[in-house]
Design a protein around this ligand. Structure first.
Ligand code: DOR
Length: 427
């Protein structure tokens, strides 16, 4: 099967490509890229200048299966990812049972193979049951398909265990992803500790709880020369530590979510549980700091932390509702509208942070690039088309987004995985 994409604006910051090209797909791979190709293909699509990005890769997705299928399943999560322009998603292990064994990893891989429209790469747990006591990481889990390890949702409180995890990750050549939270400071917290928590009389989650763990991980990485990846960075203090780490060549990478780039704690004045997330939405100053960190390369990745929860759970009120924002379908339109259209982020930077950089962290040499021979995983974007976020057109099982009703300028028009169209916008 040959598919010819005509006149796309190909952007791949990793390969230094930005221009109008024809791209030929054959047998699921990128077969040719030329300013003009005259080839008899099985089908041909004229893109008329739409953006062609290497398929987006989400380093941080919660799929909820096994165990919490009322929130999301592998099948619904994959459809949601395709709709959101993601061709590869990495699913976190805080399922029930926790993905801490080759058996669970294999089960997820098998379901993903049968039902997953996109590439689904499991992240295994660092510790057994995510309890922070005994290391779960194993070569067998990597062989079964785990591409990294994290106790996401839970921090690794024990520094010795974290060091051992980093050693094991280096040995197996897979990233160790830490959810940075000092639990003794966050117990009972609902929203960011500060002005809004005081106004609402709610227990706060201090920035210090994140920064203490960011500092610990950076010190471990520096002392032992072991890489670590820090999940959902949200504070100015963490950014300052990451800047120091970069300047001192510490092998640390980090990610930020779209919601920490776009939304502040002020939104919590509405008491809408759809803004309740961990780490919490922070201050305007923190938002400016994480944006700068992406521009400077101190934070390399934008990852959604797609955390679906049912409408019923989110209607329990701010104090009782679970933490989490549904992110896969809103990430690209929101970021295109609020950061690219406004000129704050270039498209190149967005593609770097959402495809090229995560592929490098995962060591995926055939993804996250527009190179002849690479997998034809592609995301096609239209900057002039708008997207309206409604419950009705959500693919995800859970509508827990703070953007219901929002209209963004910027849309995903097509998602292709190994040359196959897995999502196409309807006119
Ligand atoms: O808000 C969050 N939700 N933060 C996490 O760390 C976990 C996630 C979840 O699993 O719902």
């Amino acid at each position: 099967m040959k598919l010819l994409l005509k006149k796309g604006r190909l952007i791949d910051p990793g390969e230094n490509i930005d221009g109008l090209f024809d791209l030929l797909i054959a047998e699921g791979k990128i077969a040719e890229i030329k300013p003009q190709l005259s080839i008899e293909a099985d089908s041909e699509i004229n893109l008329n200048g739409l953006i062609v990005s290497p398929g987006l890769i989400d380093l941080h997705t919660h799929l909820r299966e096994p165990g919490f299928e009322s929130k999301e399943t592998i099948a619904t999560g994959a459809r949601t990812a395709a709709r959101g322009g993601f061709t590869t998603i990495c699913c976190m292990p805080n399922t029930n049972p926790v993905n801490d064994s080759p058996e669970i990893t294999s089960l997820i891989k098998e379901k993903a193979r049968k039902e997953g429209l996109v590439n689904i790469l499991p992240i295994g747990a660092i510790s057994q049951g995510e309890k922070g006591e005994h290391l779960a990481i194993s070569a067998e889990m990597v062989a079964a398909g785990a591409v990294g390890f994290s106790d996401d949702g839970q921090p690794v409180s024990n520094a010795r265990l974290m060091k051992e995890a980093m050693e094991k990750g280096a040995e197996l050549r897979v990233p160790i992803i830490d959810h940075c939270e000092e639990k003794t400071l966050t117990e009972g917290g609902i929203i960011n500790e500060g002005r809004i928590s005081k106004m609402l009389g709610l227990k706060g989650i201090p920035a210090a709880a994140e920064e203490i763990m960011v500092a610990r991980d950076i010190i471990l990485a520096k002392t032992y020369g072991l890489p670590v990846h820090l999940a959902h960075i949200s504070t100015k203090g963490s950014v300052e530590l990451l800047r120091w780490a970069k300047e001192n060549r510490v092998p640390v990478s980090a990610e930020v979510t779209p919601h920490h780039l776009l939304l502040s704690e002020d939104a919590l004045l509405s008491r809408d549980p759809n803004y309740k997330v961990n780490p919490p939405l922070r201050t305007e100053e923190d938002i400016q700091a994480v944006r700068r960190a992406v521009k400077e390369g101190w934070i390399q990745v934008i990852a959604t932390d797609h955390a679906p929860h049912t409408e019923k759970e989110k209607s329990l009120g701010l104090e009782r509702a679970p933490f989490g924002i549904n992110g896969l379908e809103t990430a690209v339109p929101a970021l295109l509208d609020r950061l690219v259209r406004t000129g704050e982020f270039s498209l190149k930077l967005l593609i770097m942070a959402m495809s090229v950089a995560p592929a490098r962290i995962l060591r995926l040499s055939n993804k996250g690039c527009l190179r002849v021979g690479a997998d034809a995983d592609l995301t096609i974007l239209d900057l002039n088309r708008s997207t309206t976020i409604t419950k009705e057109n959500f693919q995800s099982k859970s509508p827990n987004t703070p953007y219901l009703g929002a209209r963004f300028q910027g849309a995903i028009t097509m998602t292709l995985v190994e040359g196959k169209i897995v999502y196409q916008v309807k006119d």
